[in-house]
Design a protein around this ligand. Structure first.
Ligand code: NAD
Length: 399
């Protein structure tokens, strides 16, 4: 059970880049990082592309005025000169800046928490991976809902053979908020999402599906994709070549098959992240709109709903329980777990504690690389006419 007591020696001195007043995701980072008050302390930031707005915002968050910087370069320079300078930085800026800022942060000797998708290409993501290793720093990636503890229950039950051999993997992350092009013109956060120069080679594959793909890996770490086929569409034509809808079919090395449906044009859908794992004996299903419940359906028996906070859940799950049964947890709690694990990882890395690092389940640099590789492979398949593409080699399957 988590009750806010400290898990590391002292809170890490933390800064944010982006995540300013009008950003979509900034507050989620702050609720996650500052939830327990014992893991992170927000001491500096370059919160906004507009320096004045960023300073005003930072001061309103309680950050000292002189530590609200006009850009990340001046923040890294000035903080390096302070004895109490920052140790870790979150990058919550549009996708096209992630590679450059992450590399600069690692060069400045900082641990990094970066938004997804980590980079545009696998080559860039692997460069970050190698540089982080060289610098001895942690890079965490914020797949928000991956901190939901019922995903750990799915992982434990699958490992215990409760559903038998995995046969089908059904993944979905869809919404309808971009069903028309209205927000492409009006909303700053949506404009860049459909601009390949800033968003990268995809819209919904990178913006939505990478979350669910990582969560499927967290649940089924043993499952490796052998090949995939992606069929993507731009139903709002001005978004082409970036897709606002995609279907991805996947084959796994163990013979299982999977599908991902991702969409921003699923009109009327308010939120729709779903994971259903079908085994030879039973199935498990989780929806983000019911984050406290896990459906367990054994063939031939009445279906069961496992509820968060109960003693019958695996001990790995209840170690992250925050509110106890009867009270509902949601996205903010998932973010808090995500950030707590990253804090523990940073602390362990600094102490050379490999045992703790190896046991921690969180979205590390490998998850960041894997997410980019998945998106890149999907795009390659779609651009080759929606053909099967070998996952590791990234080339069309010819036989
Ligand atoms: P947004 O456009 O709403 O906000 C971006 C923020 O970054 C703004 O405050 C902007 O002023 C600031 N900014 C831009 N460039 C900057 C720079 N060079 N230096 C400092 N600040 C800068 O975007 P968003 O929706 O918040 O998305 C940001 C990132 O977060 C994207 O990579 C996106 O994919 C990701 N995201 C993740 C989740 C999640 O659940 N993990 C949710 C939404 C967005």
């Amino acid at each position: 059970m988590i009750n806010g007591e400290k898990r590391i020696g002292r809170p890490l001195r933390w800064a944010m880049i982006g995540g300013g007043r009008h950003s979509q995701v900034g507050y989620k980072h702050r609720t996650g990082a500052l939830r327990d008050n014992t893991a992170f302390q927000l001491v500096a930031g370059a919160f906004d592309i507009d320096p004045e707005r960023g300073k005003d915002f930072g001061v309103n968050l309680g950050v000292a005025e002189e530590r609200c910087y006009p850009n990340y370069q001046s923040m890294f320079r000035n903080e390096a000169e302070r004895e109490d300078g920052i140790e870790v930085v979150t990058i919550a800026t549009p996708n096209g800046t992630h590679y450059e800022i992450t590399m600069a942060a690692l060069a400045a000797g900082l641990h990094v928490i970066c938004e997804k998708p980590l980079t545009f290409t696998t080559a860039e993501a692997e460069e970050i991976q190698a540089f982080a290793e060289k610098q001895g720093k942690i890079v965490g990636v914020t797949y928000g809902y991956s901190g939901n503890i019922l995903l750990l229950q799915m992982r434990a039950m699958i490992a215990q053979g409760k559903i038998g051999d995995i046969r089908m993997v059904e993944l979905q992350y869809t919404h309808g908020f971009a069903a028309t092009d209205e927000n492409d013109r009006k909303s700053e956060g949506q404009k860049w999402r459909v601009d390949p120069k800033i968003a990268g080679p995809s819209f919904v594959l990178g913006d939505l599906a990478t979350h669910t793909y990582y969560m499927s890996q967290l649940i089924m770490p043993q499952m490796k994709i052998s090949k995939l086929l992606c069929d993507r569409q731009s139903f709002v034509g001005s978004r082409a070549p970036l897709e606002d809808n995609a279907y991805v079919m996947m084959h796994y090395e163990n013979g299982a098959v999977g599908r991902m449906w991702t969409s921003a044009v699923n009109a009327g859908c308010m939120d729709g992240q779903r994971i259903r794992i079908v085994g030879s004996k039973a199935s498990l299903e989780w929806w983000d709109s019911k984050p406290n419940e896990l459906l367990y359906e054994v063939q031939g028996q009445p279906s069961q709903t496992l509820v968060r906070g109960m003693d019958y859940l695996d001990e790995t799950v209840n170690a992250y329980e925050r509110l106890a049964a009867l009270h509902q947890e949601g996205l903010s709690d998932a973010w808090a777990n995500l950030y707590l694990n990253i804090a523990i990882a940073i602390d362990a890395k600094e102490r050379g504690d490999e045992e703790t690092l190896n046991k921690l389940i969180y979205a590390d640099i490998n998850a960041g690389v894997e997410g980019v590789r998945w998106v890149e492979t999907c795009v390659r398949s779609a651009e080759n006419g929606s053909v099967w593409v070998n996952f590791d080699a990234g080339v069309p399957v010819t036989s």
